[in-house]
Design a protein around this ligand. Structure first.
Ligand code: ADP
Length: 455
């Protein structure tokens, strides 16, 4: 057991050393419990004093009432005893009620009890109260209260002079009152507040444990971020390094294919090398773009631009691949209204359009691809429509996710990485634009991108 505690204590100290912010948590935990203890002790103290004052004030007024008639009945102890008994039965806090008179004998002075709720003490001398008797006689209009030494019980004695009609002190009424009943109630409150304190301590401990768990998660998160960063750095470095040998391979493949003495078979092999290196090259380019976007390293040089010419260029560059599939690619300018400008990075917008129009060519087997430009509600729209294979609603859900490719019989022979649309969507967003898609399976697709127009 001791070993277990010391081991965990050591672990805890190590953890605090590694995470100094835990000191702050411990400080808060101690502060919360400490203030709770302090406040409850303070409230208990206030409650006890208030209770004391209340009881003593009540006894004071009771004595006031009693002495107002007692002065005339000092010669009738039976009457006084009866009244004392009445008072005692209706006031549970009064333990003793007696009336003492001072008798001056020839040599000494005696203090004798003439009435009491305790019959056995009637007639006995009461020298222990002589001091209070003297004080009360000198201040006959007030009740005087002093604490008594009780056996673990809080006791108070209150005295009040009894006067004759001629303001002569005839005797003193003494009451002894106990606060035990109030104390029982207060003690039960103390117990309740201790239970509450215990609950608070447990809660604070749970909070503390949770906090230290969160610190563990924070460490884990930091490590994960570091690993993620390492992964990104590796991808970025590897893609860069791959580009150089790829360019060399492509260069040599081109060089070899131009040689006149090659057989048709060798020419076919070389062209396959060329196609594969092109694929590999575009994959590497995509991965590089992904890592740039994810690391926030992709630069955008935003300029004011009328995209007309740029669209023309993109369409022209794709006419040949489209022709190979007997497709037409055109830029329908019928809805272009004069000079319209947007704020974009020209190179990135070109990349976006090549990807979307390129996909339209890739995923269309017959018909046409039309690019349109128009303005609506201060936005410039570029709509790329094809008469291709289209997509179902379900297939469109993850269209802009990384590595997402629709896999079916129509797409199984078409090469791609599934990164193009993710990169496209991210670049459009970075430039403050929007992209959406409408598509009907077997009919075709419309990709629409838009940017706010500027003056
Ligand atoms: P890929 O490299 O596979 O073309 P993209 O991210 O560019 O990757 O496209 C994701 C998927 O979206 C494609 O695999 C294809 O199934 C579908 N797709 C994209 N453009 C079109 C289109 N114009 N018509 C039909 N399907 C398309």
């Amino acid at each position: 057991m001791f070993k277990f505690i010391s081991l965990n204590l050591k672990k805890g100290i190590e953890k605090i050393k590694d995470n100094p912010q835990l000191i702050y948590t411990i400080f808060i935990a101690i502060l919360i419990t400490g203030s709770f203890i302090f406040m409850s002790e303070k409230f208990i103290g206030i409650a006890q004093t208030a209770e004391e004052r209340l009881i003593n004030v009540r006894i004071g007024s009771l004595q006031d009432a009693f002495v107002s008639f007692a002065g005339e009945k000092m010669n009738d102890p039976a009457y006084l005893n009866q009244k004392i008994r009445d008072v005692i039965t209706t006031n549970e806090t009064i333990k003793n009620f007696k009336i003492v008179v001072k008798q001056n004998l020839s040599t000494t002075t005696q203090y004798v009890i003439i009435a009491s709720n305790d019959y056995s003490e009637i007639g006995l001398s009461d020298s222990q109260d002589s001091f209070l008797y003297t004080i009360s006689s000198s201040d006959p209009t007030n009740s005087i209260t002093t604490p008594l030494q009780g056996n673990g019980e809080r006791l108070f004695e209150t005295s009040r002079a009894i006067m004759s009609s001629t303001s002569e002190v005839l005797g003193v009424a003494f009451t002894t009152q106990t606060l035990s009943m109030a104390d029982v109630a207060i003690n039960s409150d103390i117990n309740n507040s201790r239970i509450l304190l215990f609950v608070v301590i447990i809660l604070v401990l749970i909070l503390f444990l949770r906090h230290s768990k969160i610190i563990d998660y924070m460490d884990l998160y930091k490590k994960l971020k570091e690993i993620d960063q390492m992964k990104d750095d590796f991808i970025s470095m590897a893609s860069h390094e791959l580009r150089t040998p790829l360019t060399v391979i492509r260069g040599y493949a081109e060089f070899v294919s131009a040689a006149p003495e090659l057989s048709a078979e060798t020419k076919d092999y070389v062209s396959k090398i060329d196609i594969s290196t092109k694929d590999l090259d575009s994959l590497v380019a995509d991965i590089l773009d992904v890592s740039r976007i994810e690391q926030g390293r992709m630069k955008f040089e935003m300029v004011k631009l009328n995209p007309n010419e740029l669209i023309d260029g993109v369409v022209a560059s794709l006419v040949l691949p489209a022709k190979e599939k007997a497709l037409s690619v055109t830029f329908d300018k019928s809805k272009v209204e004069g000079d319209q400008f947007i704020q974009v990075d020209a190179g990135r917008l070109k990349q976006v359009l090549i990807n979307i129009v390129g996909n339209a060519v890739k995923y269309t087997n017959k018909g046409e691809i039309v690019v349109r430009q128009y303005t609506e509600n201060s936005r410039l729209y570029i709509r790329i429509s094809d008469t291709g294979i289209g997509m179902t609603e379900e297939e469109r859900i993850n269209l802009f996710s990384k590595f997402y490719r629709i896999r079916n019989d129509e797409t199984k022979d078409i090469r791609g990485t599934g990164l193009g649309l993710w990169i496209t969507a991210r670049m459009i967003k970075e430039m403050g634009g929007r992209i959406s898609v409408e598509s009907i399976k077997g009919v075709g697709s419309h990709f629409v991108i838009s940017f706010p127009t500027i003056k």
